[in-house]
Every structure is written in C-alpha cells, then in structure tokens.
Design a protein around this ligand. Structure first.
Ligand SMILES: [Zn+2]
Length: 173
C-alpha cells in the first residue's frame, strides 16, 4: 500500500487509526535531493490518544537508501531506520510544554501532508556526510592507472640541505 498524502491526524488519533505503507521517490522530493537513490521507504504508524489527552503519531520509517559517498561520489548503502514519536499540538506555546523526548507536530483541524512530515523525519535522521567503509578513493585511482610518485631525493631542496649538513657534520669529526 502506498501511504496517502493528506490525512486528518486528529481524527485518526480519535479512532486509533494506523498505516503500514510505502512512500515512493516522487512522494519525497526533498529526501531524493539529499540522497543518491532509493526504491521506496516503508512507514508503520500508529495514531493514539494517550494520557493527558495527548494525541500522538508513533512508529518507524525504514528503507534501503543509497547516499553519495563524499570521498568518491559513488553510491553507498545506508539502512534507514527512524523512530517516529510525535505529539500533535495546536501551536508553538503548546509545543514548548511537551517533554523533551517527544517531538511536537503542529496540527489543526485541516488535513495535513503526511509525506511532508515523514520527509522531515527522514531528513533529520540522515547522516551529515556518508563514506564507504573501504578506502574507496585509492582503489579508484589505481583503476585508472595513476600512481602517486615519491619525489626523488635530488629534487627535494630540503633533503639536499640535510645531506649537505650531515656531510659537514661528519667532516668535523
Ligand atoms: Zn566512496
């Protein structure tokens, strides 16, 4: 099942509704800009009214993403697994009163963009930079046949000076 874009979170909380569905690349354009590729992500979401009459959306978002390696600019695998823990609030004031472990989601009576809020959660979870575990840039240099040459001793003025110095040192003996 593909997740709907617009939902009525407060009504869903009242009914104890839930979703188990996918977001496709076209559902999350901002995420796609930040990563190399992915086929889809899956979200499992439960709506509820908890103690103190707090309306919540809890669950997780999972998927196999490819990020861009900042060393070689090739795709690198990334396992997405984000916990969703949101409480619906009417405004900023109410948001500030929430305990720190729960994130505010400002929601009115109108339908809300579910894709957008889930995109937000995914973007927050992505690493700032991604790298391959292996030494990917050295491997790619070797594959195009470039070698890093050590400078020859005679071309290095510091080494020449060092050689002269050690010569004069030994002359003093
Ligand atoms: Zn790499």
């Amino acid at each position: 099942m593909r997740l709907p874009q617009y939902i009525e979170p407060r009504k869903l909380a009242q009914k104890g509704g839930s979703f188990d569905g996918d977001m496709l690349p076209e559902d999350m354009p901002r995420v796609m800009e930040a990563i190399a590729s992915c086929e889809s992500v899956n979200a499992k979401l439960q709506f509820d009214i908890e103690d103190q009459r707090r309306r919540t959306m809890r669950g997780s978002i999972q998927g196999d993403l490819k990020l861009v390696c900042q060393r070689c600019l090739q795709p690198v695998d990334y396992k997405l697994d984000v916990e969703v823990n949101l409480a619906m609030v009417w405004d900023e004031d109410q948001a500030k009163k929430l305990p720190g472990y729960i994130e505010p989601w400002i929601v009115g009576e109108d339908p809300e963009d579910l894709h957008a809020i889930l995109e937000e959660e995914v973007l927050l979870a992505l690493p700032v930079v991604a790298f391959h575990d292996e030494d990917c840039i050295d491997a790619s240099l070797l594959s195009v046949g470039e070698e890093v040459k050590q400078p020859e001793k005679s071309e290095n003025p510091f080494l020449v000076l060092a050689a002269l110095k050690s010569k004069s040192d030994s002359n003093q003996d």
